[in-house]
Design a protein around this ligand. Structure first.
Ligand SMILES: Cc1cc2nc3c(=O)[nH]c(=O)nc-3n(C[C@H](O)[C@H](O)[C@H](O)COP(=O)(O)OP(=O)(O)OC[C@H]3O[C@@H](n4cnc5c(N)ncnc54)[C@H](O)[C@@H]3O)c2cc1C
Ligand code: FES
Length: 275
């Protein structure tokens, strides 16, 4: 019998330093057959295990080149151990798990992407997908906010995202030091809404960030005509098994690992952070 909890060994091929506490990793399974057959949907996650430290759920942070890409912020024991690893080191991974962004439903629609902090990690794959299949989608608008410009990840992508045909990128930070090398407004992500181009008609919203930010953004979208069922968001809950067996990530009757992490807002509204 196959043990569903057994990780497969992967090698860290490349590390990109994003911020003082966050790196992006490009990985490849040792097992060439596993690597060749690997496929994922933007928004899905993998379980990363480090011997002696534990296991963590981490989103796939891009979908290019058949690589397994993860962007990891150091917050505790597992993530700290990973942040100290080097290119050539090996790590255990299993997955991909969970639901991805509803990119089929988004076809033919204007797509509004709203991300706060690390929330841009699971959304980068969706941006890449839309870029790769540009004619299948309407206008693409990306609103990304962080505490400071220095906390932003994927800074090297901003210009490329601005170059995507029929798209707009708006960046915002709570505080902006002098000499910030790119265009960035001061304020919360919702402060970008008055200049937003996307209107509710024929649009879909992909939202990811701290729960309070998602709740507030959804409330503001409602006041400008967006309906709850146009909004999809990705939730984070503490995970153990990642495959719907242990109940650690349960919200209401759903498991975030199996039924999510991407949910339609109507399905999870009663269970997330109240305003
Ligand atoms: C579906 C999903 C996707 C994720 N994607 C990413 C990602 O792309 N990049 C990334 O850096 N992190 C991501 N996370 C969060 C990541 O799983 C946790 O930060 C990690 O497990 C922390 O483990 P640790 O041992 O380093 O920290 P711990 O020592 O276990 O915890 C450190 C602190 O973080 C809190 N914490 C731990 N796990 C979670 C969680 N799941 N939700 C909220 N708080 C938590 C703890 O309560 C504690 O305060 C994701 C989580 C989920 C559920
Ligand atoms: S993490 Fe075990 S059921 Fe979701």
């Amino acid at each position: 019998m196959i043990n569903a909890y057994l990780p497969n060994l992967a090698i860290i091929k490349k590390i990109i330093r994003e911020t003082h506490n966050t790196n992006t990793y490009m990985l490849e399974f040792f097992d060439k057959q596993l690597q060749t057959s690997f496929s994922c949907t933007p928004g899905q996650f993998m379980m990363y295990s480090v011997f002696g430290a534990g296991e963590s759920a981490i989103s796939l942070s891009d979908i290019n080149n058949n690589d397994i890409t993860a962007t990891i912020r150091n917050v505790g024991s597992v993530t700290n151990t990973i942040l100290n690893m080097k290119e050539g080191d090996s790590i255990g991974i299993r997955g991909p798990y969970g639901t991805g962004w509803p990119l089929d439903k988004a076809k033919g629609k204007n797509v509004l992407i709203i991300a706060g902090g690390m929330g841009i990690a699971p959304l980068r794959g969706a941006i890449t997908h839309i870029k790769n299949q540009r004619n299948n989608f309407g206008h693409l608008e990306i609103i990304y906010g962080a505490r400071t410009p220095g906390d932003m990840i994927f800074k090297y992508e901003f210009e490329k995202w601005r170059q995507i045909k029929n798209s707009r990128l708006d960046l915002t930070a709570d505080t902006i030091p002098a000499n910030t090398p790119f265009e960035c407004k001061a304020g919360l992500v919702t402060s970008c809404f008055p200049s937003m181009k996307t209107q509710h008609k024929n649009a879909i919203v992909l939202l990811c960030g701290p729960e309070i930010m998602m709740r507030y953004a959804a409330k503001c979208l409602e006041t400008i005509g967006f309906k709850d069922d146009q909004i999809y968001l990705s939730l984070e809950r503490r995970m153990k098994c990642g495959i719907g067996k242990c109940g650690h990530c349960q919200i209401g009757l759903k498991y975030v690992c199996k039924d999510g992490p991407v949910f339609n807002y109507t399905d999870i509204k009663p269970f997330i952070h109240p305003l």
